[in-house]
Design a protein around this ligand. Structure first.
Ligand code: NAG
Ligand code: NAG
Ligand code: NAG
Ligand code: NAG
Length: 538
């Protein structure tokens, strides 16, 4: 039996570009958001991260498997076909792998080498290496099946790496490198496909997929906590991909038409829902930590379902951008209604073309403008209520957003009486908010919309107004309000995943704004960012 197939990796890599596109857009939202709230933005400071260090499976293994006894190798053609020199380095890909792209994006180096390569010199070590092994997983059994190193083995290699660094550059420099570096963990797909769904004893042992994915998340959580204990602080964890759509699984379990295997995709979603919540909770628990959930599931599934649109964000392929929401994306609708919530006077618009205060709650463009520009549609998304709009403005999209609006119909009316408030606690209120959000996007879907990005709740307790009102003498962030935002996000994320499964052809995307913002608030001096991975992990 073959436990994994190279095709899977080729397949995943070819979709990498889309994920980077998503990340770039997302960082613009954050940058703009910071402008709106009056923080200076310094763009972009490459070279702030000393090293990029990688753990996981074949998706990020640059050739460690070449140096151990395993059948799972990628050091022969067609691997490496598009790599410089056409060399099959051991990467499970025709070219670079995600870890290479990330390291390049961080301004560190072009390729992350395998730690086991005996030719590595000290410069290679201090800028980061990959400890990943093709076929590894959070489940130690996954690695054992293919005779490769488990994540625990990878941590032991990392301990040896720290020792080598200390010998070469001293204790202090080493601890700076370890604490300032960005870490990437990518595992889980082998656990679901090769271990749980291929080995009858695993299924018998764990009873059901809910129990198994729970145990996987416990392993993942212990792993990143051990990394934290060794000094790592900025740790990105890649979600499980839609495992049932991997070519090997479609061949093995997909029947005559090689369909995606529903149970395996459901397992991925179960795992991801739990991983997402667990990482949020670790961020609250472990001081100075920055755990970031990096979604690979939804972009991949979208591309699988729409291969002809394999660049979702390709310029000129999207006819229009339609925007709903609050002040973050209101380009001036509030100018046309009776409200005290307006932004049509200075200093708003200070950095807008012509210095015009258009009604945007910002000094310049707002996130929706950046989105539309990145999609190649137009420079600005106008307010729907502007009576001067012509038909071409309408055809390319407008914003229906209104400052101070929320999912709760009452937040648009501002007057939520204390009586009203007593009826709810945070848990029931966030539950209702998610119901409203869900009904809202389902109505959009019924009206024909298919690609809908939903921005998470930000760390509300850190807004200037909340710090002034409830932050005490030191204007601290208000803990309860941040916790409420997390509770809402923890419910919103699985709800969007479930809508994606339920509504044919839909693509609901959860866009995290909470973690990057909180991080920027906590580390204002490091606010220079040029990609979301960077900003989230800085
Ligand atoms: C290392 O850092 C400690 C504490 O910051 C300092 O006291 C010590 O002098 C440093 N050692 C070297 C060799 O720089
Ligand atoms: C899965 O198994 C666990 C025990 O192993 C059990 O508590 C749980 O109810 C089961 N869940 C489902 C959905 O069957
Ligand atoms: C519609 O208005 C935009 C400016 O908002 C202008 O650039 C465009 O030429 C107008 N189109 C038509 C058909 O009048
Ligand atoms: C919130 O209210 C609901 C129903 O009113 C109740 O079941 C739940 O226990 C409450 N939660 C907390 C944390 O108080």
């Amino acid at each position: 039996m073959k436990y994994f197939m190279g095709n899977d990796e080729l397949f995943i890599i070819s979709y990498y570009k889309k994920i980077i596109n998503t990340i770039v857009i997302y960082s613009m939202i954050i940058a703009t958001f910071m402008q709106i709230h009056g923080h200076a933005i310094e763009f972009p400071e490459k070279g702030k991260v000393p090293a990029f260090i990688v753990f996981g499976d074949s998706i990020v293994d640059p050739g460690n498997n070449n140096y151990i006894e395993t059948v799972g190798r990628a050091d022969f053609p067609p691997y490496g076909r598009d790599f410089p020199g056409g060399v099959a380095t051991g990467r499970y890909s025709n070219g670079k792998i995600p870890s290479d792209f990330f390291a390049e994006e961080l301004g560190i180096k072009e390729f992350v080498p395998p730690y086991l390569d005996p030719k590595l010199n000290i410069n290679d070590l201090v800028t980061g290496v990959s400890f990943a092994f093709g076929a590894a997983g959070y489940d130690p059994d996954s690695a054992k099946l293919a005779n490769v190193m488990t994540l625990q083995d990878q941590l032991n290699l990392f301990r040896g790496y720290i020792k080598k660094l200390k010998d070469a550059v001293g204790e202090n420099t080493t601890s700076t490198i370890i604490s300032q570096s960005v870490y990437l963990v990518c595992a889980g797909s082998n656990d679901i496909t090769n271990t749980y769904f291929s080995l009858p004893f695993a299924r018998l042992h764990y009873k059901n997929v809910s129990a198994y994915t729970g145990v996987m998340v416990n392993w993942a959580s212990s792993f990143v906590q051990e990394l934290y204990a060794l000094g790592a602080r900025r740790i990105g964890v890649i979600s499980a991909p839609p495992c049932g759509c991997l070519p090997s699984q479609r061949t093995l379990h997909g029947g005559l038409f090689r369909s995606c295997v529903k149970e395996e995709n459901e397992a991925s979603i179960l795992f991801n829902n739990k991983l997402f919540i667990e990482l949020n909770s670790l961020n609250q628990k472990l001081v100075g930590s920055r755990f970031v959930y990096l979604d690979i599931y939804n972009p991949l599934l979208d591309l699988i379902n729409n291969p002809s649109q394999s660049e979702f964000l390709q310029k000129g392929k999207v006819p229009a951008a339609l925007v709903f929401g609050d002040s973050i994306v209101d380009p001036g609708n509030n100018n046309y209604i009776k409200t005290i919530g307006r932004a049509d006077f200075p200093p708003y618009g200070r950095d807008f073309p012509g210095g015009v205060a258009t009604g945007r709650f910002g000094n310049g463009k707002i996130p929706s403008d950046f989105f539309a520009e990145e999609l190649g549609i137009k420079d600005f998304v106008p307010p729907y209520l502007d009576p001067t709009l012509n038909i071409s403005d309408l055809l390319t999209g407008v914003s229906f957003a209104s400052g101070a609006a929320g999912y709760d119909p009452k937040s648009a009316k501002l007057a939520v009486s204390l009586f009203e408030r007593l009826r709810y606690n945070v848990s029931t209120y966030t539950g209702m908010m998610v119901n409203w959000a869900s009904s809202f996007v389902q109505e959009l879907y019924e009206l024909g919309a298919r690609r809908i990005g939903v921005i998470s709740a930000p760390p509300c307790g850190c807004f200037p107004s909340q710090r002034t009102l409830h932050g005490g003498l030191f204007r601290s962030c208000v803990k309860d309000e941040n916790e409420a935002a997390i509770i809402f996000n923890n419910k919103l994320f699985p709800e969007l995943n479930s809508l994606n499964q339920k509504l044919a052809g839909s693509r609901f995307v959860y866009l995290d704004i909470y973690n990057p913002l909180l991080n920027l608030i906590n580390n204002p001096s490091q606010s220079g960012t040029h990609s979301a991975l960077f900003s989230s992990l800085q």
